[in-house]
Structure formats: structure tokens, C-alpha cells
Design a protein. Structure first.
Length: 255
């Protein structure tokens, strides 16, 4: 028996609101899957004083600003967010894993989801009830996955550092996107390719626009470009006052 009230079944619940989890949610939400990100409140990336190896930012970018923009992108895609911690994940029905999963949360009502993406470095304890294949290295427990991020349990995936991917933001983003695509594929969503193309790209060849794609005319392209540039202008108009988070093992002198 699970305490509390269960809420409506989500297509996918992403545990962790860092780079890999956000990337996964952008893809799943854009594919039309009801996507919820359970965010513990701080990505390890927030400890980075300056993110300087991410393509597209020649002089680097404040890591906290990058996280803000990526969260905004996930919300724009349709992902929902909930602040909290998942403490346990188990099948809704032991005899039918396709029935989805129940996610117990710290101090909150249980969540239900057809699929779960673990993107919560460095904690994977909540996956213990599931035989996903955890690998201990020192004090950490990674999750064993295939090349697409699938674990040994159907419907459960792992993305980013928790899946033993290198500790770099660009890798985490790419792996999160890849895992998100695996979840989309396994859900049988009517989805071909996340792609916005010029008007006539498909229809000019007597083809229907595939699911997930969109044709736009030049006026719409210019309008979207202006909107995108305005978003960036506003984001970078003023310095971000939020400071990097120090590693918890470092003792700082109080002023």
C-alpha cells in the first residue's frame, strides 16, 4: 500500500533537473509526452564558476544562467516541474510492468508514470526496489544501461552521470537527449523527427509533413528569430548575481 493520494498518470517522470534531465524533458515534451521533471533544487553544474567548454558560447557562459535558459526551454516545450526528492520507485503492478511505476516522494503525494528517467546524480538509492543493475564505485552507485540509456527494467532509463557518462555538460545534454528519444521510441508516440524546416521542404515534394516536424514560411521564420534574439537579449542584459555553490565538503569562513 502506498500512502497519500496518487495523481494522474504521467507518460514520463524525469528524476533530476540538471542538464541531462532537462535535455531529456525537452525532447519528450516536444514529442507530446506528458513529462514531469522532479527537481531536487540544485544541479551540480551550479558549482561551476564559468562554463567554458559548451559549444556555442565562444567566451563561456555563467553556468547558472545556462541552467535557467535550459529550464525555460523545457517549460516552453511543455514539461512540468515539481520541486522535491523521489525516495522510492516500484512497479504499480508486480505482475505487469507495463502498468507503469509509483514514485514515492519526500513529504509529498506519490506520483505515477508509465516511464521513469533517472537523471539524479549522485543518488540512485530510490531505484533499489527495482533490479535495474546498480554498479558501486567507491561511495557512488551508477546505473547500468544499454547504448540508448535503457536499464534492465523495461520503462526505466538513466541519463547523464548516473549512467556513468563523462562529467561534462555537453555530454550530459547529449546523453539526456538520446535517452529522451529512446523513451519516445518505446512509447510508440507518433513521432518522426524533431525538426522545423522551410515551407515546401516536404510538401514541395508531394510529401506530408511528418509527425514532430513543422514547415514554416519566411515571415514565421523571421518572427521566431526575433523572439529568440529578444529572449537572449533579456537573459544577458544584466549580470547574474547568483553565486556558484561550493562543494559541501569545503568549509567556508563566515564573514
Amino acid at each position: 500500500m502506498h500512502g497519500g493520494l496518487r495523481r494522474s498518470m504521467r507518460d514520463v517522470c524525469i528524476v533530476g533537473g540538471g542538464v541531462s534531465g532537462l535535455a531529456a524533458s525537452i525532447f519528450t515534451a516536444r514529442a507530446g509526452l506528458d513529462s514531469l521533471v522532479v527537481d531536487g533544487g540544485e544541479s551540480i553544474l551550479a558549482r561551476n564558476a564559468s562554463l567554458e567548454n559548451y559549444p556555442g558560447f565562444p567566451d563561456g557562459i555563467d553556468a547558472r544562467r545556462y541552467l535557467q535558459l535550459t529550464r525555460e526551454q523545457a517549460r516552453n516545450a511543455g514539461a512540468a516541474f515539481e520541486l522535491g526528492y523521489v525516495t522510492r520507485v516500484e512497479p504499480r503492478d508486480e505482475s505487469d510492468l507495463e502498468a507503469g511505476f509509483v514514485l514515492e516522494t519526500e513529504g509529498g503525494d506519490p506520483l505515477e508514470a508509465r516511464r521513469v528517467i533517472a537523471a539524479s546524480w549522485s543518488n540512485s538509492d530510490y531505484l533499489v526496489p527495482l533490479d535495474v543493475g546498480r554498479i558501486q564505485r567507491g561511495s557512488k552507485h551508477y546505473v547500468s544501461v544499454d547504448e540508448a540509456g535503457r536499464t534492465a527494467v523495461d520503462g526505466v532509463y538513466a541519463a547523464g552521470r548516473i549512467a556513468n557518462e563523462p562529467h561534462q555538460s555537453i555530454v550530459a545534454a547529449g546523453h539526456g537527449a538520446k535517452v529522451g528519444l529512446a523513451a519516445i521510441h518505446d512509447s510508440n508516440a507518433n513521432f518522426y523527427h524533431d525538426w522545423v524546416v522551410p515551407e515546401g521542404y516536404f510538401t514541395g515534394r508531394d510529401r506530408e509533413v511528418p509527425p514532430g516536424c513543422e514547415e514554416i514560411d519566411d515571415a514565421e521564420r523571421r518572427a521566431r528569430d526575433e523572439r529568440a534574439r529578444e529572449t537572449i537579449r533579456e537573459a544577458f542584459a544584466d549580470p547574474l548575481e547568483e553565486q556558484p555553490t561550493m562543494h559541501p565538503s569545503v568549509e567556508l569562513d563566515e564573514e
